[in-house]
Design a protein around this ligand. Sequence first.
Ligand code: C2E
Ligand code: MG
Ligand code: MG
Length: 757
Amino acid sequence: MLSVQLPVKSGDNDVTGRATAMTNEPIADQNSARFVPPAPAALRGEGSFVRRLSSKFVEAMGRFAAWPLLVALRRALLLSLPLVLVGAFAHFVNALLSFSFVSALPSEVIAALRALCSTLAGGTFGLVALVVVAGFSHSLAVLVSTRADRYPVNPASASVVALACFFIVVAPETLERWKDALSSSRGLPAALVVAVSASYLFLFLARRPRFRLRLRGFGGDPLVGDLFSILPAGMITLFVFAAIRQIQVSFGGPDLTTTLSTAISAPFAGAEPSALVSAAYVLVRQSIWFLGGHGGNMLAPVLEQMMTAADGARAAGSATAITWNFFPIYSAYGGSGSTLCLILALLYSDKEPAIRRLAWLSLLPAFINVNEPLLFGLPLILNPLYVVPFILTPVVQSLIAYAATIGGFVPVADQTVSWTMPTLFSGYLATGSSAGVVLQLVSLAVGMVLYLPFVRIARRLRVAANAEAMRTLIEASESTEVVHGHRLIDLHGTAGHLASVLARDLVDALGSSDRLFLQYQPQVCIEERRVFGVEALLRWNHEIYGLIPPSVTVALAEDMHFADQLGEHVLRLACRQRAAWASSVPGDLIVSVNVSPLQLQDASFDRRVLRVLAEEKLDPHLVELEITESTSLAPAAQAIGALLRLRKAGVRIALDDFGMGHTSLHYLRELPLDTLKIDRSLTFTSQGDLNEHVIRSIVTLSRTLGLRAVVEGIEQPEQLPRFIDLGCARFQGYLFSRPLESGPCLDYILANAGVAA
Ligand code: C2E
Ligand code: MG
Ligand code: MG
């Protein structure tokens, strides 16, 4: 009988999965095989009082931001982003055309370019209101109609109803006003109001049984039944909005946007052009921008009135800083909400590539005061996270500029400059002094500081939401449901979105192999006191999300129908590694490769495997394919045939995770097997318990069938003697070594080459 000393040395990995120094310490953390991302400490409510308070705030913000109304609004704005980006680009080019250096071009070319830009802007910005209405109602219907909903509403029908309500309410008489009604600058506030009210009313009614029309016994397209059932709700909603429109027309009132503009401007009547009034003007202007309205347009009467008052004050010899340029160059530069400050804060402190890309993309337009990319992309509009700095920054900037001008540090900004003049140039040209540039730089820095904490909070919330989504993906990928056809990319909410992002990235990662790599976990035979094989385990080091568990990677590959390519890639890497080790490791060292269920369904599976082995010049006897029990739930004749042919060619076949309870023992007879891998769940056994009996039976069974038994997941030294007593000699587990990269794994194999080396 062998002594129960550890036969081999144990390796360890750091949190990134990279191998570190070899130790003899057993690994305590039983769940450490799973790369479940931890929530940030602040979100777990740890640390100082301030940290706990801030975590409560972040949590509350997170809950608020997850409110379906806001989620649907964000999605709707995001949907219009491609239009907005093209429109902003058209504005940008149009603005460049007014610079003097362009005058070298023939005038016809300039005219043609201008026409092109205005067509582009018209076709993109001009459609934003419609996209927002359709996008909002669709998203809201998806969000409120969960799988458990007894009366889910078809999202497309919600869009149709909301669009119709929008047209009923805004329908103007002239073509020119149609453009206004649909545009982002004047049409958006009305679009948002109608989208929210119509969608909520329609969904409220459509989900009530008494407002549903049943088309009993209809056997045709289910969509017909769907649409019939929401007909009463749709009709009532349209009638309500038609009535609203009628009331508005019969009272002869102006359109919704004009009514709002008049109401908001009223409190400013007769106001002086003072620091306080200008701050109040900026505050209201920003609030309108935040709600999706064009603050500048809606407060145009106020600005006009302030300018008249300022001219009057100057004529009377009183000091005032207010000029036509004052607001554009000191508090709206870089776009409303001083988005330039936000861009700098994002570039300074956010490391997420997608956010940085958006910030870089927004930088150039922001310099000429076009800021829609961030307003719609991040988005800033209606985003509770940014409400404070979005409104506060321009207010503070206007107060600083007012004080600097009245204090005589900067000349009054009374020279004419276009609103598209780039920041810093505009400061110089409007004041005729470099002091104007310095003032813009100072308020840029102040704005950036105001935005910074909110950028950090937003990032923490994103990290937390992603960690949660990743946990959902891991659970879903490990559950048997995935095997039965539920796709990760079809999951609802952030998890489904994350799965789609990861699935796309996986396709790219497969092309460039340094992010997709293998680790090798030694398998030891304690009778021979040596490493007899290694299991190749897939690792994906994602540039943002870090190590992705192989279960998720494989499930995503299955979702995207390239499980066989991924499997072939893994097999090739493993074979190449084994071939590279040929002269250093024991000649019979086996490399095991996991095979996903879908790979086995491929009719050419065996041929592909043998082709890879031939290409990598590896003896088939050195390769073992691990199929999981779930794979063999209903072993198709074709799959069994492929495995038989492979086995005939010398490839070994192992049944992985045996004992998890998927299969009936009868499959042991049907499948051509060499090895049984006893699942980790059975290793937590104590003397005389049921697991022990199960393992004893499995060991006896494997002997009877002439199979090799390998016990997986041995972590603690005290687990070992019991298995040895039960007759097991081959093990794989953290007690011996974690999965290692090829270099450390080779060291491990050589250090534990045993009697056969
Ligand atoms: P892991 O590396 O996280 O792999 C988990 C599962 O993902 C694998 O379970 C396998 O089913 C799948 N998988 C990994 N790579 C591939 C691949 O290239 N293709 C396909 N189709 N599937 C792949 P399996 O095969 O049972 O592997 C053993 C798992 O158990 C590994 O996790 C390993 O790190 C972990 N493990 C090993 N020893 C211990 C231990 O002592 N304790 C614990 N908690 N876990 C252990
Ligand atoms: Mg395996
Ligand atoms: Mg296993």
